[in-house]
Design a protein around this ligand. Structure first.
Ligand code: HEC
Length: 121
């Protein structure tokens, strides 16, 4: 019996000093939707944030990619990452054009979704 208690004590001591299992940090409660994507790449989930990224990307590839480049880095038009423009401003540019950019014929929902997605890039 004594032996058993000793053995048990050893196990408890080992477990207590085991270290190494401080475990993963708690999930950031403020961004539950992006816990599977690297920080610099918004989740591609259809419902991340308040836009549909997949649909936005499809619209972008159809209507914007020729001038703004495959990775939003710009081509004949300027880069669209980190423009500092709000979604409303981007939607206005999409639907009304700006400078040498012609207005793009997208319906309101499509333009708003694309603008919200671009704002987040
Ligand atoms: C025919 C080429 C062309 C197409 C197609 C086009 N753009 Fe542009 N875009 C431009 C050019 C050129 C500018 C710069 C306009 C200026 O200010 O003179 C521009 C500017 C912009 C700007 C403002 C950038 C800034 O930093 O001021 C946004 C936002 C933008 N485009 C979004 C879009 C989106 C979204 C689409 C697709 C729906 C699109 N563009 C399609 C050529 C294009």
């Amino acid at each position: 019996m004594k032996k058993f208690l000793l053995a048990l004590g050893a196990v408890v001591a080992l477990t207590a000093c085991g270290g190494g299992d401080e475990a993963a940090p708690p999930v950031d409660e403020e961004s539950p939707a992006v816990d599977e994507a690297p920080a610099d790449e918004p989740a591609d989930d259809a419902t991340a944030g308040d836009y549909d990224a997949e649909s936005a990307r499809a619209t972008y590839e159809q209507s914007c990619i020729a001038c703004h480049g495959g990775d939003l880095q710009g081509a004949s038009g300027p880069a669209l990452v980190g423009t500092g423009l709000s979604a409303a401003e981007i939607q206005d540019i999409i639907q009304n054009g700006q400078g040498s950019m012609p207005a793009q014929n997208l319906d309101d929902d499509e333009a708003a979704n694309l603008a919200a997605w671009l704002e987040a890039q």
